[in-house]
Ligand binder design. Structure first.
Ligand code: GDP
Length: 448
C-alpha cells in the first residue's frame, strides 16, 4: 500500500452528546489546517485553550488544542487534536471547517491504517485496538490490551525468527548437498524444529482462547417444557428476563441474552420447549428453536432431576444436531435432597436453578467446552484469521519436520518452512495482501 500524503479529519469520540468531543487531524497539513482554525498552535504535546473558528472567522466553539508532530504521534504523521464540547452539531461544524481548510474526511479505520503503514503498530496491534474498543467483557478487554501492547506480535515474531534460523540451516544443507557432510542428520536441527513447534502450539492455544473471548460463545438452552430453562437463564443472567410460569409451553419465542459468564461473552438462547404441538404459534416457536440450535456451539440440555433422563428426553437429545456438543443438566436438584449437586460426568451435572446451587460448576463446564482454561498465562486477543494462520504455520512445520526426519525430499521441507514463515507474517501484516488490509481496516469505525 502506498503511504498517503493527504490530511484526514474525523470526530474521534463516540457519536452522540458528551462532555467532550475530539476532532482529530492527521497528515502533512494537520498543523497548518489547525492553525487556520485555532491559531496560534501551542508547543508540541502541550494543551492550550483556543477559540475554534470557521473560515469566515465566526467562533464555532472553544476547546483544547494539542499538536503531536511527526513521527511521535499515533499515526506517525503530524497529528492535531481539538478537544471541543461534545455536541455532535458543533463537532460536525469543526470537521467541515477543517475540510474547507484542505482536509479530507477520514475513511473508517484510516487513522489506524496510517499508523500501520508508518510502522507505528503492526496489523495484529491495529486489530487489537478495534477489539479493545469492542470488548464485551473485562477479560476480553485485558486480552486485547495484551495484544495491543505487542505481546502477541512479539511471540509471533520470535517464532518467525526461529523459523528463519531453521530455514537457513535447511537451505544451507541443500546448497552443500554434494559434499559428504550430512547436515540434516545433525540433532541440532531436530531440537530447533521441536522448540519452534512447542512455541507455536502454546501460542495457538492462547490465541484460540483470545478468539473465544473476542467472538464469544453461543449456548442454547433446551429440553422439555417446564424443566426450568427460563429459570436457569434468569439465574445466569442475574435478572428476570424470561417469563417463568408453571404452564408448559410458555416460552414460545427464542429469547437471546448476552451474558458475561466470568469473562466469557455468552449469547444464551432460550428455546421453546421442543414438543409436538398443534398450536400454530407454538409450532413457529419450535421451528425457530431448531434454527437457533443449528447455530449454537453448545447445548445445555435440561432435564428434571426428579425423573432423570426420560425416554422423551432421550428422543429429544437424539433430535439435536449430531455435531452439537451438549451438557446434560439435571435441574431442580433441591427437590431431590439425596442427590446433591454432584457432577455425574464431565458432560452431566446436577444443579438447582431456583437456589443457585451448582451454578458455578455449570459455568466451569461451559468455560471448558469453550476452550478456556483457568489459570496459566492470560489470553491474547486474536481473531479467526490469526488462529487460522497459526494453524497453517503449525501444519507446514509438522510437514517439514516429517520430511526432514525421513530425509526424503528436503527441497519440499524447505518449501514447507517458507510457507510456515509466510503464514506467521500474515498475522503481523508483513505478508498481507492489499485487499485483505483494506477489508480489515474498513471494518473499523470512523475516527479510529
Ligand atoms: P421452562 O419451561 O423449561 O422454561 O421452565 P421454567 O423455568 O418456566 O420453570 C418451570 C417451573 O419449574 C417453574 O414453576 C419454576 O419455578 C420451577 N423451577 C425451575 N427451576 C427449579 C429448581 O431448580 N427448583 C425448583 N424447586 N423449581 C424450579
Amino acid at each position: 500500500m502506498p503511504i498517503p500524503n493527504d490530511t484526514i479529519v474525523a470526530v474521534a469520540t463516540a457519536p452522540g452528546r458528551g462532555g467532550v468531543g475530539i476532532v482529530r487531524l492527521s497528515g502533512p497539513r494537520a498543523a497548518a489546517i489547525a492553525a487556520q482554525l485555532a491559531a496560534p498552535l501551542p508547543p508540541p504535546r502541550t494543551a492550550a485553550l483556543r477559540h475554534i473558528r470557521a473560515a469566515d472567522g465566526s467562533v464555532l466553539d472553544s476547546g483544547l488544542l494539542l499538536h503531536f508532530p511527526a513521527p511521535h504521534s499515533f499515526t506517525g504523521e503530524d497529528v492535531v487534536e481539538l478537544q471541543a464540547h461534545g455536541s455532535p452539531v458543533a463537532l460536525q461544524l469543526i470537521v467541515q471547517a477543517a475540510c474547507a481548510a484542505g482536509a479530507r474526511l477520514a475513511r473508517p479505520g484510516e487513522f489506524s491504517e496510517r499508523a500501520f503503514l508508518n510502522q507505528r503498530i503492526d496489523l495484529a496491534q491495529a486489530e487489537a485496538i478495534a477489539d479493545l474498543i469492542d470488548a464485551a467483557t473485562a477479560e476480553a478487554a485485558r486480552a486485547a490490551q495484551r495484544s495491543l501492547e505487542g505481546e502477541f506480535s512479539r511471540r509471533v515474531e520470535a517464532i518467525a525468527a526461529q523459523l528463519v534460523e531453521i530455514r537457513m540451516y535447511v537451505e544451507g544443507a541443500l546448497d552443500f548437498s554434494d559434499e559428504d557432510v550430512d547436515w540434516l542428520a545433525d540433532g541440532a536441527l531436530g531440537t530447533r524444529l521441536e522448540a519452534a513447534r512447542a512455541a507455536l502450539d502454546e501460542l495457538l492455544a492462547r490465541a484460540a482462547q483470545g478468539r473465544r473471548l473476542r467472538d464469544g460463545y453461543t449456548v442454547a438452552l433446551t429440553g422439555r417444557p417446564n424443566v426450568g430453562k427460563s429459570t436457569l437463564l434468569n439465574r445466569l443472567a442475574g435478572a428476570d428476563i424470561a417469563i417463568v410460569t408453571e404452564i408448559a409451553g410458555t416460552t414460545r419465542d427464542v429469547l437471546r441474552e448476552n451474558l458475561d459468564l466470568r469473562g466469557l461473552p455468552v449469547t444464551l438462547v432460550d428455546t421453546a420447549g421442543l414438543r409436538e404441538s398443534d398450536d400454530p404459534v407454538e409450532r413457529e416457536g419450535i421451528r425457530r428453536a431448531r434454527l437457533a440450535l443449528e447455530q449454537a456451539e453448545l447445548a445445555l440440555f435440561i432435564v428434571d432431576a426428579r425423573s432423570g433422563l426420560s425416554a422423551e428426553d432421550r428422543r429429544l437429545l437424539e433430535a439435536l444436531p449430531p455435531s452439537l456438543p451438549r451438557l446434560i443438566v439435571h435441574n431442580k436438584c433441591d427437590l431431590v435432597p439425596t442427590l446433591g449437586t454432584r457432577a455425574e460426568s464431565a458432560d452431566e451435572l446436577h444443579l438447582s436453578a431456583a437456589t443457585g446451587e451448582g451454578i458455578e460448576s455449570l459455568i466451569d463446564a461451559i468455560h471448558r467446552h469453550a476452550g478456556l482454561h483457568a489459570g496459566g498465562e492470560g489470553a491474547f486477543s486474536a481473531r479467526t484469521r490469526h488462529v487460522e494462520a497459526l494453524r497453517r504455520a503449525a501444519a507446514h512445520l509438522r510437514q517439514a519436520a516429517q520430511r526432514l526426519s525421513e530425509r526424503s525430499m528436503p527441497e519440499l521441507a524447505a518449501e514447507d518452512l517458507r510457507l510456515a514463515h509466510e503464514a506467521l507474517g500474515e498475522i503481523t501484516g508483513r505478508f498481507t495482501s492489499e485487499d485483505l488490509l483494506g477489508r480489515i481496516f474498513a471494518s473499523f469505525c470512523i475516527g479510529k
